[in-house]
Design a protein around this ligand. Sequence first.
Ligand code: HEC
Length: 190
Amino acid sequence: MMSVLRFQNACAAALLSCALLTACGGDVSEKVDTTSAAAVAQKTTDSTNRANAVPSTAAPSTSFLMVQGQSVYASCASCHGQNGEGAADSVPPLVGAELVTGSSARAIAIVLNGMKGPVAVKGKNYVAVMQAYGKGVPLSDVEIASVLTYIRGSWGNSAAPVTVAAVAAARTEHKARTSQWSAAELQALK
Ligand code: HEC
């Protein structure tokens, strides 16, 4: 999604400078008119393209979420490992972990608000903290749905995809929350 937008911005910039270069041939008054007309036209095209590129009504497909999720996962991999294996005694695995493959409400809540230990994952206790990804410079609903669909469907995990709508609803539901979830609070989520 981001790369599509960046690509379009690059195109807009390229077209605008073309317009400026072309405009240099004309006289002064024409130059201003041509440039601004081109800029307006380009802006219109741009917002139309952007509306087409970001599906507002159609939900993204699971394969789109898997591909997007793999790139979002790069920011989780430093802790949870390239293949969701976790890190020794400090970071729990995502492979075969109930909090990943169980109720999607819990997985969504963890990424939105973070969590704090103690927590038992696959029979092992972890006492650590994971940051929230829904606050500060947040991951978008699409990014969270993507990364969760990816971790729930990779490395032998085979839980159902997470929809963008479910993430959006959870974001609204947990809007007022400022602290990380404890394991007990997560278990209480349906
Ligand atoms: C800076 C390290 C770090 C990063 C980056 C990180 N996590 Fe975590 N994550 C943790 C730790 C530590 C815990 C366990 C916290 C605790 O003890 O309660 C955890 C717990 C979890 C859990 C629940 C426990 C489990 O392993 O089943 C999930 C699900 C999870 N993280 C997903 C993610 C996702 C998705 C991302 C990327 C968007 C991510 N994490 C990024 C450190 C990290």
